[in-house]
Write a protein that binds this ligand. Structure first.
Ligand code: 1GP
Length: 250
């Protein structure tokens, strides 16, 4: 069943060409800072806020960040959890994902099974997503015990992505890891999008300019995620505006 947040994302892809998501890690900013950041990102044209992180994004800090973000921006919040503890009841949706190239059952299915009753109880909208971590992979690659996809092997990324869509996942996320020096290669994005067709392709990790985002969207990305660029920016609205104006049709 497709819920309202997924519908909104699909509509933006259809009408504007691409979606921009701002990732906020509640472990690295205070709730007030998260709220201000989300507000500025909304002014810059971001479509929704993702909240999560590999380490420490949990508990009261997570809930308070989500509240502040919603108040500050009025945008939907999509949780991006690294495990069961990354769930909370005041968000709208959750990327219900499996790290398909993990070697650990924990990140493939155990956290998902333990989290599913909470997703149900909290009435979060689950958005089914195949998560594929590409070199260098960053913290998530290490924590998630990923067998990293080599940057020179688009066919391996494509194979995992296709497998995900055959499981029924409607989103595929190619992740280079937060703070990566370079984003996922455009050739890998293009090959993956060619294979998965109508499923939505999310690309994140190391995207720090409008030009880089535009290249990835031209290659086939439907959704661009930026975290570090937003966090480090002195003018969040201007940074987000640079990305959104580069990827969206006017
Ligand atoms: C991490 O892909 C996201 O999951 C964002 O990466 O922090 O490098 O923008 P950055």
């Amino acid at each position: 069943m497709i819920g309202p947040v997924e519908e909104m994302l699909a509509k933006v892809v259809e009408t504007a060409g691409a979606v921009h998501l701002t990732l906020i890690d509640p472990d690295s900013v205070s709730p007030a800072e998260a709220g201000a950041m989300a507000n500025a990102a909304a002014e810059g044209g971001t479509d929704a806020i993702m909240v999560g992180g590999s380490v420490g994004a949990a508990g009261r800090g997570l809930e308070e960040a989500v509240s502040a973000i919603k108040e500050g921006s009025g945008l939907p919040v999509i949780l991006f959890p690294s495990g069961v503890s990354g769930l909370c009841s005041n968000a709208e949706a959750v990327f219900f994902m499996s790290l398909l190239n993990s070697r650990s059952a924990s990140y493939l299915i155990e956290n998902q099974a333990l989290g599913a009753p909470l997703v149900h109880r909290y009435r979060l909208e689950p958005i089914p997503m195949a998560y594929v971590v590409v070199e260098p992979g960053g913290t998530v690659g290490w924590v998630g015990d990923a067998k990293l996809i080599p940057r020179s092997k688009p066919e391996l990324a494509t194979a995992y992505a296709l497998a995900g869509t055959y499981f029924g996942m409607r989103f595929v996320y190619l992740e280079a890891g937060s703070g990566a020096e370079d984003p996922v290669p455009a050739e890998m994005v293009a090959a993956t999008k060619r294979a998965i067709g109508r499923a939505h392709l999310i690309v994140g990790g190391g995207i720090r300019s409008g030009e880089a985002a535009r290249r990835l969207v031209s290659a086939g990305a439907d959704i661009i995620v930026t975290g570090t660029g937003v966090e480090r920016s002195e003018d969040v609205e201007a940074f987000v505006r640079e990305i959104t104006s580069a990827i969206k049709r006017r």
